[in-house]
Design a protein around this ligand. Sequence first.
Ligand SMILES: Nc1ncnc2c1ncn2[C@@H]1O[C@H](COP(=O)(O)OP(=O)(O)OP(=O)(O)O)[C@@H](O)[C@H]1O
Ligand SMILES: [Mg+2]
Length: 344
Amino acid sequence: MDPLLQIQNVKASFHTKEGIVHAVNGVSLDLHQGKIFGLIGETGSGKSVLGLTIPGLLPNTAQVTGSILFRGEDLLQLDQKSLRKWRGGEIALIPQNPATSLNPVLTIGYQLIEAIARHRNDKTRKQLREQAVQLLTSLNMPEPQQKMRSYPFQLSGGMKQRVLAAIGMCGNPSLIIADEPTKGLDAMIRYQTVEMMRNVAHQTGAGMLVITHDLHVAESLCDTIGVMYAGQIVEQGNADELFQNPKHPYTQGLLDSIPGRGMVPIPGAANSLIEQSTGCSFYSRCKHRQAECSLNIPELYSCSITTNQGSTAGSEAAEGSKARCFLYDPSRQPEQNLLQRLAK
Ligand SMILES: Nc1ncnc2c1ncn2[C@@H]1O[C@H](COP(=O)(O)OP(=O)(O)OP(=O)(O)O)[C@@H](O)[C@H]1O
Ligand SMILES: [Mg+2]
C-alpha cells in the first residue's frame, strides 16, 4: 500500500540577521496508515520545524523546498486556503507549546465545542458539549465537567496538552502530528496517553508522526524511529531494533545519555545550523571520526550487508535500518567498514 505521507528531500530554512538557518536539511520519510513514526533528537535538531512544515504552519520567513505527498497531493504546492481544508480535519497538529496554543480568554469548553462544531454542524449544543466531555474523559482528564468551565491558566501544562490533543482529534484526522505529546505529564498519565495514542492509530488507521524527547515513550509507542541531528535524519529504522542495536554514533551517544543506560552525555555541542558543514554534521563530536568524515557528506547507508558466505551481517532484524555514517558505506575498504569487520 502507498504510504499515507511521503516526505521527500524537504529543506526548510530561515533568513535571520545572523545568516540562513538550515533548520531542516533534506529529510525524507514515509509514514503508513495506522503506523506511528517517532522523531527523536537533541533540542534544536529541526523536529518541530519539520512537524510544522507538513500542515504549512511555518512563518512566512521560512523557505521550504522538496515535496510532501499526502493523499496524492503535494502539500508544499498548496496555497493557505487549500491547506486550511486539510488542517483541523484530515491533518491534525498537536503543537509543542500548549501555553500559547489555547486562547487565554475563552473557557476550555468553549474552545473544544467550537472545534467539534467545525466538523459536526448537525449536532445540538448539548450534544457537542457531551462529545467534548467524552473526549476529555477518553484522554484521562480529571473532572472533565469542571474543566469545561476552566480557563487555560487554571490548567497544568499536561492538562492543556490533553485539551490540545482533544481539539486535534475531534475532526477524526487520518494524519496526526503530535509534538511532545507527553511533555509535563506524570508517569501514570504518560503511560495512559501512550496507550490512548496507540489505540487511536490502531483503531482509526490514522498515521502518526510523534516528536518526542522522551526516549522511553518513543520506544514503547513508535513502530519506526527517525533520529534527527542538525536538520537531518541520521538514522532510521524499526523502533525495537534501533533501541536495542543503535547504528549511528550519534544514536549510540543519545541512548547512552539516558537514565538506565549509563547517563553519559555526548561531549561537545551541535554545530550552528547557519554554517553548512562540508562533511558529516556529527564529525566534531564523533568518537569514530576519520579524516574523510570532515570532507564528504555521508548518505543514509543500509545497515545490513551480505557477507562472502551469503549471510546477512550487522542486523538480523534490521531490515530497512539505515545510518548516515561512513562506517556503513559498502564502497569503503573492508578494513574500514565496521559491518564488514563485525561480519568476519
Ligand atoms: N521562526 C524561526 N526563525 C528562525 N529560526 C528558527 C525559527 N523556528 C525555528 N528556528 C530554528 O530552527 C532550528 C530547529 O528548531 P526546532 O524548533 O525545529 O528544534 P527542535 O528539534 O524541535 O527542538 P526542541 O527539541 O527543543 O523542541 C533551531 O535552531 C531554531 O532556532
Ligand atoms: Mg521542538
